[in-house]
Ligand binder design. Structure first.
Ligand SMILES: [Zn+2]
Length: 249
């Protein structure tokens, strides 16, 4: 498993962890994950922000209220193409993509991965289709093939999706069983940072009560499975994880 760093978002921190660093603008990391299965199947979990933001940070949200809250910050090496090329991988080599959800920082490069099958929860797909909060230009494209999932499922050997609504209807997290590193849970935005757990701070989420319930359930599964949780946007955790081209095996 490779953790691909795909830039930052400069965020008003109340939207991430209310009550923790209110009034501050803080850079939060944006990541995607690449899994190479035993049979060399390549699976991505999320696809990061579109490379257009390298030269045009306000491309997606210009003129909209959300532009006051978050600004993408990407260098050229933060493009998904760059990160894949570092590993000798072309976009057409990706077989599957699991989108935790379809926000612009998680599905921003779906457009590049035309050979992949995209796995998304059905109720999330229905929510996001035609919805400007989930910029459709990056993922709702005729060339892309979506397979819609209902609930928890083992989708590929050693890869299980877990519904974690709250950040959005139909949000899903991913449990990955690694041979040497052990089990990991890719939370997506079900948990942005450890601070959400430490401060019981969920009011930045679309449905705070549902988000809290999902987060506690993930925590329970993590304990049961002895899994390490990778949070969606934790700047402190980002200092400690191995980033691509290093990997977890
Ligand atoms: Zn996010």
């Amino acid at each position: 498993m490779y953790v691909l760093p795909l830039g930052d978002c400069c965020c008003v921190y109340e939207v991430i962890a209310p009550g923790v660093e209110d009034g501050k603008r803080i850079h939060i990391p944006v990541s995607a994950y690449l899994l190479r299965l035993d049979d060399d199947t390549l699976v991505m979990v999320d696809t990061g922000m579109n490379r257009v933001h390298i030269h045009e940070p306000d491309h997606t949200w210009r003129g909209q209220p959300i532009a006051e809250v978050l600004v993408p910050v990407m260098r050229r090496e933060d493009s998904l193409l760059w990160r894949l090329a570092e590993l000798g991988i072309a976009p057409q080599d990706i077989d599957y993509v699991i989108n935790t959800h379809l926000h612009f920082d998680h599905a921003g490069n779906n457009d590049l991965l035309e050979k992949a099958t995209f796995l998304v929860q059905r109720d999330h797909y229905e929510l996001a289709k035609g919805n400007p909060s989930f910029p459709n230009q990056y993922w709702n494209l005729p060339a892309l093939r979506y397979e819609l999932i209902d609930g928890a499922r083992t989708v590929l050997p050693g890869v299980e999706v877990i519904p974690t609504p709250g950040h959005a209807v139909g949000h899903q997290s991913v449990l990955v069983r690694l041979a040497e590193s052990g089990n990991v849970i890719l939370c997506g935005d079900a948990i942005y940072t450890q601070e959400n757990l430490d401060h019981d701070a969920w009011d930045g989420q679309a449905d705070p009560a549902a988000a809290r319930k999902s987060a506690l359930e993930l925590q329970r599964i993590a304990e049961e499975e002895h899994a390490v949780m990778f949070y969606g946007h934790d700047r402190h955790q980002a200092q400690t994880v191995l980033h691509s081209p290093r990997s977890y095996r």
